[in-house]
Design a protein around this ligand. Structure first.
Ligand code: ATP
Ligand code: FE2
Length: 327
């Protein structure tokens, strides 16, 4: 069975094509880059509407397939920005109707876990999902993927991007922080906010801006922000692993491209006798292959959706989905 999946929760419009063994035939993305920084949902949606037909064609070309090779269409039903979600959903409904093949809407966060499991070979991990909009520790328990810890204010990536903009680093600041931090040599203490398995970043942002106003070098601010924020993520991941007894940790989301974060989580895992798994960069970022793969798993386990079941859900919670494809 060949599944074509369309991702469109945030700035990336992605189209992936996979088979029932999670062999990936295509995984094309087109990412909206805002001219001034900050994402305006309607502008991103216009971008997605402009590119979606072309990205679908490119994915088919890449796979060496024609539309009639597609047996199932899936799309990201949420969580995400409403106008963007609706573009991906509309494209998926149109394609499924035109090809007369079934349609399945999937949860974006669960798609990150499932592609990670398939691509890295881990079986029952705790997932640290650290992206722009999301920061969660998720694990499977009693038929659901449950959120054990999460951010109480903004996602780690959005925090880095917003702080970076205020510090004059430009948009998409995560990689800039990483580069600058390598040149930093002095650590300044910043608010470390962990409550149980939850984290919060607003205090850290305010304090980092205050350091900037005092004339502290950007390199040292970057070092301090990274050390503090990633230690918080590592601590809550460890606590979740201990709490639910998991000895695998899987990383997902754009921020886990950060080598310092990986190093901290790897050290933690090593000390616990656990193992860390990191999917390839193209599967960590938002992408269509993960949407296609989760759609394929759900459909194979018997999930069926009518077009009337495919309304998008901006606040689609990870634990709303009954996990039918794992025993
Ligand atoms: P979501 O998955 O919540 O919809 P998104 O689409 O914004 O979020 P991704 O594409 O997964 O997220 O990741 C983008 C984020 O990753 C940005 O905030 C960016 O700054 C951050 N990022 C990318 N590379 C790095 C890096 N090397 N270090 C830290 N952060 C990074
Ligand atoms: Fe994502």
């Amino acid at each position: 069975m060949i599944t074509l999946g369309i991702e469109g929760t945030a700035h990336t419009l992605g189209v992936g094509i996979v088979d029932s063994d999670c062999k990936v035939y295509a995984n094309e993305i087109d990412m909206f880059k805002p001219p001034t920084g900050g994402l305006h949902p309607r502008e991103v949606a216009n971008h997605h509407a402009d590119v979606v037909a072309r990205v679908i064609s490119e994915a088919l070309d890449k796979a060496g397939m024609t539309p009639k090779d597609i047996d199932l269409v899936s799309f990201s039903m949420g969580p995400g920005l409403g106008p963007c979600l609706r573009i991906a959903a509309t494209a998926a409904r149109a394609l499924s109707g035109y090809l007369k093949v079934p349609i399945v809407g999937v949860n974006h966060c669960i798609a990150h876990i499932e592609i990670g499991r398939a691509q890295t070979g881990c079986t029952d991990p705790a997932l640290l999902y650290a992206s722009g909009g999301n920061t969660q520790v998720i694990a499977y328990s009693e038929g659901r993927y449950r959120i054990f810890g999460e951010t109480q204010d903004i996602g780690i990536g959005n925090m880095l991007d917003k702080l970076g903009r205020d510090l004059g680093m430009g948009f998409y600041a995560g990689p800039v922080f990483e580069k600058l931090a390598k040149e930093g040599d002095k650590y300044y203490e910043l608010p470390y906010s962990v409550k149980g398995m939850d984290v919060a970043f607003s205090g850290l942002m305010t304090a980092a801006l205050a350091l900037h106003k005092k004339g502290v070098r950007l390199e040292d601010i970057a070092l301090s922000v990274q050390e503090t924020a990633y230690a918080m993520l590592t601590e809550v991941t460890e606590r979740a692993m201990a709490h639910i007894g998991k000895d695998e940790v899987l990383l997902g989301g754009g921020v886990v491209q950060n080598m310092r974060l990986r190093e901290m989580v790897a050290d933690m895992a090593h000390e616990r006798g656990a193992e860390m798994f990191v999917p390839d960069r193209r599967f960590c970022m938002d992408n269509g292959a993960m949407i296609a793969w989760l759609g394929s798993e759900m459909y194979s386990s018997g999930v069926r959706m009518d077009v009337s079941d495919t309304a998008v859900m901006q606040r689609f919670r990870t634990d709303e989905v009954e996990v039918t494809w794992r025993s």
